[in-house]
Design a protein around this ligand. Sequence first.
Ligand code: ZN
Length: 72
Amino acid sequence: MATINDDCSDLVKPTVSESRTWMCLICGWIYDEAAGDPEHGIAPGTAWADVSMNWTCPECGARKEDFEMVEI
Ligand SMILES: [Zn+2]
């Protein structure tokens, strides 16, 4: 009986864009870089660093400095 090495582990999924998630420390609202915030002028895929300094939390009005990166 021949054991055929049938693993597909070399099919490495390319990590195209590692999107990050940021959470409002005041109200817990989540900003997902992949999703953006189109309702407030932030296109999907916008990196946190590229979010306008004038942007504020849609829920509570907190500023970017009140957000912290979270890992899901
Ligand atoms: Zn908030």
